[in-house]
Design a protein around this ligand. Structure first.
Ligand SMILES: Cc1cc2nc3c(=O)[nH]c(=O)nc-3n(C[C@H](O)[C@H](O)[C@H](O)COP(=O)(O)OP(=O)(O)OC[C@H]3O[C@@H](n4cnc5c(N)ncnc54)[C@H](O)[C@@H]3O)c2cc1C
Length: 409
């Protein structure tokens, strides 16, 4: 039990990927000060990516989700306060107030509060069996309920919606995806990559409704159908809403930190308040590959931002300049993305559509700025380096699958 008025060298708010990675990284770098890792979820830090994939398909259980086993945290002298949200952050007096009534001071405080899911507000949106998928509790209740339903609607054809759709198909459920845009993954990838994933879903029996929003959920105590804006009715006993997240900035805003679609930070993840950092999904940093402030939602970014913050805390300034990366798994397709395809003026195709490996390489004025690689891990790794170096290889070498991308690095 922690004492009232204890002062910690570092208090981390949020025990997701970024918070856990920071605590781990600090110890790896030799930091000997006291660390408190707080998390409102009453569970040890765990991996979120499997929630829509292997965990949803019942291939792995809770234990395999853990980022580190129980004893790791004790061995590393990282104090945990799980199931205990931070209710208040006082920036000027440098303390936090926990949900269990304790008030704890800090020298450094790091916000790693992640994101909160967006919810639909239409008629019937509060019916049971309409779920979001952000945390383990969500995944558990969806998984439990899956055994009792056969018809599922997925609202939103982003990564999480599509990954869940693939998992539900693998479990033999009937799946309909509803998307307001005219294709899948419109926010993050090009039409060519989107069409490969969409075709794979169609081959596996998924039905799509594009250009349509939900106007109402219908059911008498339980979901029975979904009405689309064009009047179409979709029978469904369960709906998964994957319409994105917003940064969780509540504490930061109340504490008076600068926020704008995320907690605003500099390239070392320092907020507008001295001694307070913000990392992972909740932060918006100056990204050299975006050329502006950017908020990234990925495990890689959670990890990299935690490393940069850990360096700062131990007194080594190492401004963040990592190439953003992301991955997704749907059926037997593994998509790995590096860089940001903003303002690409050319898309170079490497491979033949209809087979893998297949890549879309994005360039701007000849410079490689991003890649989407499907079942092409070597190309992904090489392109990440080309992006980091700002390389401008010949277009013909990028398209020629007989020339390894590695040889262009
Ligand atoms: C289903 C799913 C699948 C995904 N798949 C992939 C993938 O394949 N590849 C990939 O790169 N990324 C994937 N992601 C995204 C990735 O998991 C996130 O980018 C990553 O978890 C961000 O880490 P974070 O620590 O910033 O936030 P989170 O992991 O969301 O952790 C934030 C934590 O802070 C806690 N918290 C919030 N407020 C408070 C408070 N006041 N007090 C205490 N605790 C608080 C929250 O409860 C939460 O536990 C996936 C995400 C989900 C949900």
């Amino acid at each position: 039990m922690l004492n009232q008025n204890t002062i910690f060298d570092v208090i981390i708010i949020g025990s997701g990927h970024a918070g856990a990675a920071l605590a781990i990284s600090l110890r790896k770098k030799g930091f000997t000060g006291s660390i408190l890792l707080t998390g409102e979820e009453a569970i040890l830090p765990y991996e979120r990516p499997p929630l829509s994939k292997e965990y949803m398909q019942g291939k792995i259980g809770d234990e395999q989700l853990l980022i580190r086993p129980d004893e790791f945290w004790t061995d590393q002298r990282i104090t945990l306060a799980m199931g205990c949200a931070v209710n208040e952050l006082n920036a000027s007096q440098q303390y936090v107030a926990l949900a269990d009534g304790r008030t704890l001071g800090f020298n450094w405080c790091v916000l790693a509060t992640g994101g909160k899911v967006r919810r639909l507000k239409c008629e019937g949106a509060d019916l049971p069996s309409i779920h979001s998928l952000r945390n383990l509790a969500d995944a558990k209740s969806i998984r439990d309920e899956l055994t009792e339903v056969s018809k599922i609607a997925v609202i939103g054809a982003g990564y999480i919606g599509l990954e869940f759709a693939a998992s539900a198909r693998e479990l033999g459920k009937s799946v309909t995806v509803i998307e307001t845009q005219d294709r899948v993954l419109s926010r993050v990838t090009s039409p060519v990559i989107a069409s490969i994933l969409e075709e794979q879903h169609i081959r596996h029996g998924v039905t799509f409704h594009f250009g349509q929003g939900v106007s109402a959920f219908h059911g008498d105590g339980a979901l029975q159908s979904i009405a689309l804006e064009d009047g179409t009715t979709i029978p469904a006993q369960m709906a998964i809403c994957g319409i994105g997240i917003d940064a969780e900035t509540g504490l930061a805003e109340t504490a008076g930190l600068d926020c704008d679609q995320g907690v605003l930070v500099d390239s070392c993840f320092r907020t507008s308040s001295p001694g307070i950092l913000a990392i992972g999904d909740c932060s918006r940093h100056p990204n050299p590959f975006a050329g502006s402030r950017w908020r990234l939602e990925s495990v890689q970014h959670a990890q990299d931002s935690a490393e940069t913050a850990a360096d700062l805390i131990i007194g080594e300034i190492s401004p963040y300049a990592q190439v953003p990366t992301f991955w997704s798994q749907q059926y037997d397709l593994r998509l790995q993305s590096a860089g940001l395809n903003i303002d690409a003026d050319d898309i170079i195709i490497r491979g033949a559509k209809g087979s893998t490996p297949f890549c879309a390489i994005y360039t701007r004025k000849g410079q490689v700025i991003a890649i989407d690689a499907i079942n092409a891990p070597r190309d992904f790794m090489a392109a990440r380096r080309l992006i980091q170096q700002g390389s401008k290889p010949d277009r013909s070498s990028l398209t020629d699958i007989d020339i390894p991308l590695k040889s262009l690095v």
